[in-house]
Design a protein around this ligand. Structure first.
Ligand SMILES: [Zn+2]
Length: 118
């Protein structure tokens, strides 16, 4: 089980986040797909994430400041509370992740792996 986070930023501000609780190591594959296909909407990125197996329908959440796709479920409020922090994984209170990728204007600006437990 690996936590993954892909954040799209515009001028350094979070525009969209995709988070998952399994297969988070596929974050780079999702980021590459977003870049090559110039994906920007929640629906496009949700489907792209499933197609590269970044997460699964049970854990995948793709959301912006005011909209989300969590397979029809409501997402917890903390997802929106930490939205402005591009590197915060809202699935876990400590904000941890195994692999995160940040895209700025479709370019991967930052990839970082972090152990979940220190
Ligand atoms: Zn999953």
């Amino acid at each position: 089980m690996t936590q993954g986070l892909v954040t799209i930023t515009r001028n350094g501000q979070t525009a969209l986040k995709a988070v998952c609780g399994c297969n988070g190591n596929r974050a780079e594959a999702l980021a590459a797909l977003i870049r090559t296909r110039q994906l920007s909407s929640i629906e496009e990125i949700y489907n792209a994430a499933l197609s590269v197996e970044f997460g699964c329908p049970a854990c995948l959440v793709v959301f912006t400041k005011d909209d989300a796709n969590f397979g029809g479920k409501e997402i917890p409020r903390r997802y929106f509370k930490t939205f402005d922090q591009p590197d915060c994984n809202p699935r876990w209170d400590p904000g941890k992740f195994d692999l995160r990728v940040r895209l700025e204007r479709g370019i991967i600006s930052k990839t970082r792996k972090e152990p979940l437990l220190k």
